[in-house]
Design a protein around this ligand. Structure first.
Ligand SMILES: [Zn+2]
Length: 251
């Protein structure tokens, strides 16, 4: 199968058409070559390092979460041109999926993080609206020690490498905590990446938000609102979707 057929299959699985995304986050095939795909790889970002490694490992189709079309400044365009040039030279097609891959109920980043934290059997409801659709989950109906949740987020770095495909995610960031809420958590929001919408957190009555990163004003506000923030790293919390999608594809 060539990369166009596989990209269509990804769009079907992820229901890409149902999503509106941020300006610049174009979901779909971003670099193509028209050859048969023999090896699928994944990376969180379509950066030069990931593309270079994909080329080295003879990956024909690289699945990413943060694609090539963010930003339109002169510098953004320059960086993009370099990345596309390298991908073409190395014969690496790039498929990107942003919000559809955060939100997918089976393969998505947020459900992946939720399961990795051992919360897969808990009661959960969609939570965390971005561009009109929920991309994360609200977990409730249990009691979870904040300390244990933090430990579990820290352990994400120790996950074994996948057996199939190639991984270029890297696990390096330390967990950051704003321990302003209860030590026993009862209502937890899980949204991967950089989710900092405290309005939604308050409206949903959450005592704890687990996400990748938050900006400083959000951390300050969380402290005042007595909400726990557990920040596991943007990239670290968003490796689940690309990995699951790469494994799902039948080549
Ligand atoms: Zn992200």
């Amino acid at each position: 199968m060539n990369e166009k057929v596989l990209a269509k299959e990804c769009d079907r699985i992820l229901e890409t058409k149902k999503f509106r995304d941020y300006p610049g986050a174009k979901n779909g095939l971003q670099v193509s070559h028209g050859r048969t795909v023999k090896k699928v790889g994944w990376a969180v970002d379509a950066d030069l390092e990931s593309i270079r490694k994909a080329g080295k490992e003879k990956v024909d189709l690289l699945i990413v979460h943060h694609g090539l079309f963010w930003g339109s400044s002169a510098l953004d365009r320059k960086i993009r041109a370099k990345r596309i040039g390298l991908a073409k030279r190395l014969g690496v097609a790039i498929y990107s999926s942003h919000l559809p891959l955060d939100a997918h109920p089976e393969l998505g980043n947020s459900i992946g993080l939720l399961r990795a934290l051992g919360l897969g059997k808990s009661k959960c409801k969609p939570f965390g609206v971005a561009m009109g659709r929920a991309i994360g989950w609200k977990v409730e109906g249990g009691r979870w020690k904040r300390r244990d949740l933090v430990k579990r987020v820290a352990l994400l770095r120790c996950e074994p490498r996948p057996s199939r495909g190639s991984s270029f995610a890297g696990f390096a960031t330390r967990v950051k905590i704003v321990a302003a809420g209860p030590v026993v958590c009862r209502k937890i929001g899980i949204v991967t990446g950089g989710f900092g919408d405290l309005d939604q957190v308050v409206r949903a009555g959450l005592d704890t938000l687990i996400t990748g990163e938050a900006d400083y004003p959000t951390e300050v506000k969380a402290r005042e609102l007595s909400i726990n923030l557990i920040l596991g790293g943007h990239r670290e919390t968003e490796a689940f979707g690309v990995r699951a999608l790469a494994h799902e594809l039948k080549i």
